[in-house]
Design a protein around this ligand. Structure first.
Ligand code: 4AD
Ligand code: MG
Length: 437
């Protein structure tokens, strides 16, 4: 056994002056005559190593000098503080062992040169090793952790919902149908909301957090067919509670990412000032006002229509933080929204539109709690009553005003990272024309 301790690159700062071993992959190699600079990555960071010909045995120097990109290796040496190095430290090489050498005949396909998007996503299993993708997925992890911390420390119980479901939640046009047993058909869940309403009646405040599916034939930079959504639901709550909680959650996510993921935001060249501006209170406008503003800005939207991606971008232009748009016409919303008592043609729902043109990140609102109205809505939307019997029970047995929302993780991450396209926010994106790798 080697007496040299193995550390991760992230831990290097605590080992300055010590001889250590890193276990990683060759990220890049610079050569300058009698000195070579292998850059090694290990998942926690990238370490610039320095190997001087005169100071190591010849075989080792030759091995490293001819090592191919993404070959796996163990590398040993002493850690030295170097303010000019990206991570602040360098490793002076004393030894190395190649674990698997990538052969010249079939080199690593992703090189520092520019590759097309299709090529990169066809090689997504390798693409994830690159600096930018690594940074994005670390921000995603931070966001997911922060979401859980927020709800866990605010009295919400995590109760996850099924993925095979017998009924539509968000409209029948975007359902993925699955063959179950004995000729039974089920659908991949579009949202855990209906089940959340049941768990909220049991636990008061709950949330579910998992993958959701939409058979959306839209090929936009904001749509995935499989995405992760966090959905809180609260008993004895209203539209205002949804606004308050979603605003608090979003501010918390922004502050966590700014606090813990500065290095990643730098790799992504994110304009930090734009994130720092995201503070409560967010502006709150009505659908009516939004339509008026949009028309003034040249949109062709008519009252009663849903916002397109361009409309959302136009709306966000006026604000330096997310904007909350409430009270949409019921006709463009899902069946379950409580009507506004003052104007029953409007739904007590809210969309939170991210700043900088990233579109809707949160959708939610207050749910119908009258049994009669809910039955009527199911009929209007042609939804099969038998699949919703259990859901109607929630109004038969102690129905109360209740409310909740859903936030798409990938939309939030795209915004926080400042990405052009949502496909980079998830390790293996599923889209209209992509189900591989
Ligand atoms: O507005 P949506 O459709 O709302 C619901 O599903 C509610 N049942 C949630 C609830 O109240 N519990 O979706 C919520 C969020 C959107 O704001 C967006 O962030 C994300 O989910 N989303 C998508 N993200 C990526 N790709 C798609 N195709 C998405 N569709 C919705
Ligand atoms: Mg929505």
């Amino acid at each position: 056994m080697s007496a040299i301790p193995r550390i991760t690159i992230a831990e290097a700062g605590r080992h300055a002056g010590e001889t250590v071993e890193l276990a990683g992959w060759l990220y890049n190699l610079r050569k300058s005559g009698k000195i070579i600079f292998p850059q090694v990555r290990d998942g926690s960071g990238i370490m610039q190593c320095v190997c001087v010909k005169a100071q190591v045995d010849e075989a080792l120097f030759e091995t490293l000098k001819n090592l191919t990109q993404e070959s796996s290796l163990l590398i040993r040496g002493s850690i030295r503080a170097e303010p000019r190095a990206p991570g602040g430290y360098e490793l002076d090489v004393t030894g190395a062992e190649v674990v698997q050498r990538v052969p010249e005949e079939r080199p690593y396909p992703i090189t520092p040169k520019e590759h097309g998007t299709e090529f990169l996503f066809d090689h997504r299993h390798l693409h994830l090793r690159s600096r930018r993708q690594h940074a994005i997925l670390r921000v995603r992890h931070e966001v997911i952790k922060a979401i859980r911390d927020y709800f866990d420390s605010n009295g919400f119980t995590l109760v996850d919902c099924p993925i095979f479901t017998p009924a539509a939640c968000e409209g029948t046009t975007t359902l993925f149908e699955v063959d179950y047993f004995e000729d039974e058909k089920v659908f991949l869940t579009q949202s855990g909301q209906l089940y959340n309403e049941a768990t909220a009646m049991a636990f008061g405040k709950t949330y579910c957090f998992g993958p959701t599916f939409r058979a959306e034939k839209s090929k936009t930079r904001r749509h995935l067919t499989e995405f992760w959504m966090v959905e809180p639901e609260m008993a004895y709550a209203t539209l205002d509670d949804v606004k308050r909680v979603s605003e608090e959650l979003i501010c918390f996510l922004v502050s966590r990412v700014l606090e813990n993921r500065q290095a990643e935001l730098t790799v992504l060249e994110r304009d930090i000032a734009k994130l720092e501006a995201v503070k409560a209170p967010f502006p709150r406008i009505s659908y009516d006002e939004a339509v008026e503003t949009l028309r003034k800005k040249g949109s062709e939207i008519e009252w009663g229509g849903d916002f397109g991606g361009t409309d959302e971008t136009l709306l966000s232009e006026d604000y330096d933080r997310p904007v909350m748009v409430d009270r949409f016409p019921s006709q463009i919303k899902a069946f379950y929204f409580e009507p506004d008592p003052e104007r029953p043609e409007l739904a007590l729902g809210v969309d939170v539109i991210a700043s900088e043109g990233y579109g809707e990140i949160v959708g939610g609102g207050q749910r119908i709690y009258s049994l009669e109205l809910l039955e009527q809505r199911l009929r209007e939307h042609n939804l099969p009553a038998e699949a919703f019997e259990w859901y109607l029970d929630l109004r038969r047995f102690g129905g109360v005003p209740h409310a909740g929302f859903g936030m798409g993780v990938e939309r939030a991450v795209a915004w926080l990272c400042g990405l052009d396209h949502i496909r980079e926010t998830i390790a293996f994106p599923r889209m209209l024309y992509r189900t591989r790798p």
